[in-house]
Each structure stands twice: as structure tokens, then as C-alpha cells.
Write a protein that binds this ligand. Structure first.
Ligand code: XIL
Length: 354
């Protein structure tokens, strides 16, 4: 189908108005990118990326394991290319992420508290220091809050260092790149219990004198289960701490998955019969997705969310095709051929109603 007729069918005006401009300066629109840039992008993908997104998050290459695979070696090449690409096209970059219990080698937090702290400091100094002055901000600590129960998640960092590993990571990041904004990032932190634990952590960090600029709500939601009201309340609660609130990893899964938030360690397999949309996503499902995306963006703009980043460029480039198991997903605003989906038009229309 020709591009224009697709846009018309989607309620567009025959062109694809740029998402990145739709919400004005108040709300940046970004996406995650994986792989080396720009070699892995087709011409269509590159056009799509440059037209709609103003800020990039590296999907994997800046995480502890990929960028620091052994104690004495760093793998900066991919991250360097991404930062150079962004620089060449005037895009901003968000660093993701300096401390996380996933994609992190075992040696990282081995040994005594002192050894683990020294390693955390040298990691942050090397990585954040390399991109000093070039990034808009860093997800300093990712997913530190327990899903259930009290306090922090039981992780190697916490066991080796203690609860103050979070505070120390923020201090190290501030020293390494004083200009970068510093964020705490997590999933399900709109859910009231986890939200309150997060609010307590953020308050403690502020009281301890940490510089913390914002909180990232990941936003890996599932169709027909989006917690709209909880989200509205959570955004307001975080804003009351005087923090920027960002939606950092948005997608809207259309194939059922277990109730696991976005815990990357939870895996399952999908039978062929469960891979229900491998031939394509039916129009009624796309319509519900569009309606739910529009409601989300209404909440984001009313709540003063400062950035919304999608976790992928289009439906062919999304982790939800492989997590929690291999399946065919359709969670984003653009399809596998880079064509706008109904959700794209719905999000743009929501911008017009602001
Ligand atoms: C995911 C990536 O998209 C995958 O490619 C990788 O295999 C696992 O991690 N929350 C996060 C992201 O903060 O870093 C995760 O990204 C998705 C969940």
C-alpha cells in the first residue's frame, strides 16, 4: 500500500507530521535504539528516526555488562557511534544505565563493601566521564526498588555495599558528569505500593543531599491493562517532590504475558498457537491500542511529563518480540515497514486537543 493512503486510512492528513514537534518544547519524544548506528538502519528507518524522535536511549550498549565486560576492558565502540550519530543530527542522548542488577557481570560486586564501592566508582567515573558534557542525562540507578515487601530489591549491589549504594551511585555520577541530569528509573512505580517505596527512596536521596533531577517510569504496559488512574496519581506525587517525570521505555504489548512487570529475568515460551498475531495485528486490536495510547498521552501532557521515550523504533525493533519469549508483537506506533499505525494518528490527535 502506498504510504499516503496508509496515512489517510489512519486518519492522518496525508503526510506524517513529526511526533517530536507535536507536544511543543514541554515534552520531548524519543526512542530506544539497539545495534550500531547508522549501519544497521535502512534508509526508511533512518528517515523515521530522524523525523519523529528528538532524543535517543541506547537499548543495551551503555549497560554495565555490554560496556564493561571484564574488570580491565571497556567496550565503548557502539556507544561512541551512537553519541556521534546523535551529535551529527542534533539529537539528544540519555545514558542508560550506570547501576543495574541485570546485564551486569558477577565480578562487579564481588568482594568486600570497600572493593565493591571502589569498582562502582571506577565504572561510573570511566563511563559517565567518557561522555561528560555530551549527554542530556543518565539513568543512574535502574530498578532498585523491591517489587513486593519493603525497601530495596535484594541485589548483589545491595548485599555487597548496603542500601547506600544508590546514594553513592548518584554521587559518583554527579562527580563524573556535573552537567548531566541524573535520574532514578524503574518499572511499575505507578502501582501504589511500589510508588510509595519509590517516593521514600527519592526523599531519602534528596535529604542526603544527592543531586537527583528526575524519575523515569518505564511504561512497559499491556493492552487493556493500562493503570491510567494510578499513573495519573503517581505522576502528581513525583512532581510534588519537585522532580521531572519521564516515561522512559514506553510500549503497549498486544500479546498476553505473565504478570511480571518488566522483569527481564522472567522468561516463558510461546507455542505457535499462542503467537496469535504472527500474521499481523487485527484492526480492532490496533484501534484499542490507538485509543489507549491517546489516553496515555493525555495523561502525560496534563501531568507535565517532560519526556516520553518509546522502547524501540518500530514493531520490528522491539524487545517484546523476544521477551518474555519469542513471539510476534506490535507494541509501538510504527509497523515493521515503518508505516504509521492507528496509534500514531491517535497520539497526534491527542496533541491537538491539548
Ligand atoms: C532490555 C532490552 O530491550 C533487551 O534487548 C535486553 O535483552 C534486555 O533489556 N527495562 C530496562 C531496559 O530498563 O534496559 C530493558 O531493556 C527492558 C526493561
Amino acid at each position: 500500500m502506498a504510504r499516503d493512503s496508509v496515512s489517510e486510512q489512519n486518519g492522518g492528513s496525508g503526510d506524517t507530521a513529526a511526533l517530536r514537534d507535536a507536544f511543543g518544547r514541554a515534552m520531548q519524544i524519543g526512542c530506544a535504539v539497539g545495534g550500531r548506528l547508522p549501519e544497521v538502519l535502512s534508509a526508511d528507518e533512518r528517515d523515521l528516526l530522524l523525523r519523529h524522535f528528538g532524543v535517543l536511549t541506547p537499548e543495551n550498549c551503555m549497560k554495565p555488562g555490554p560496556i564493561h565486560p571484564t574488570p580491565d576492558s571497556f567496550h565503548f565502540e557502539e556507544a561512541d557511534r551512537l553519541v556521534a550519530f546523535a551529535d551529527a543530527y542534533g539529537l539528544r542522548v540519555i545514558g542508560h544505565c550506570l547501576a543495574w542488577h541485570q546485564q551486569c557481570p558477577d565480578w562487579f560486586y564481588a568482594g568486600s563493601r570497600g572493593e565493591a564501592l571502589t569498582r562502582l566508582e571506577s565504572h561510573i567515573t570511566a563511563v559517565a566521564g567518557r561522555y561528560r558534557g555530551k549527554l542530556q542525562g543518565w539513568d543512574v540507578v535502574n530498578e532498585a526498588i523491591a517489587d513486593r515487601g519493603e525497601g530495596l530489591r535484594d541485589t548483589p549491589a545491595r548485599r555487597a555495599i548496603g542500601d547506600d549504594y544508590v546514594l553513592r551511585a548518584f554521587e559518583f555520577a554527579r562527580a563524573a558528569d556535573p552537567e548531566a541530569e541524573l535520574y532514578y528509573n524503574d518499572y511499575n512505580i505507578e502501582e501504589p505500593g511500589k510508588r510509595d517505596r519509590t517516593l521514600r527512596l527519592l526523599e531519602q536521596l534528596e535529604n542526603a543531599g544527592a543531586r537527583i533531577d528526575g524519575v523515569g517510569i518505564q511504561g512497559h504496559w499491556q493492552l487493556d491493562q493500562v493503570p491510567f488512574d494510578q499513573l495519573r496519581a503517581a505522576i502528581e506525587a513525583y512532581r510534588q517532590l519537585d522532580l521531572k517525570v519521564m516515561i522512559t521505555e514506553l510500549d503497549l504489548d498486544v500479546v498476553e504475558r505473565p504478570d511480571c512487570g518488566a522483569d527481564v529475568s522472567v522468561l516463558r515460551s510461546y507455542t505457535l498457537a499462542e503467537d496469535i498475531y504472527r500474521e499481523g495485528c487485527p484492526a480492532p486490536v490496533l484501534a484499542r491500542q490507538a485509543e489507549q495510547y491517546a489516553r496515555l498521552f493525555e495523561i502525560f501532557s496534563a501531568g507535565g511529563v517532560s519526556r516520553v521515550s518509546f522502547w524501540g523504533l518500530h514493531d520490528g525493533h522491539t524487545w517484546l518480540n523476544s521477551w518474555p519469549g519469542p513471539r510476534t508483537n506490535h507494541p509501538l506506533l510504527f509497523d515493521r515497514d515503518c508505516r504509521p499505525k492507528p496509534a500514531y494518528a491517535a497520539v497526534l490527535a491527542s496533541a491537538g486537543r491539548r
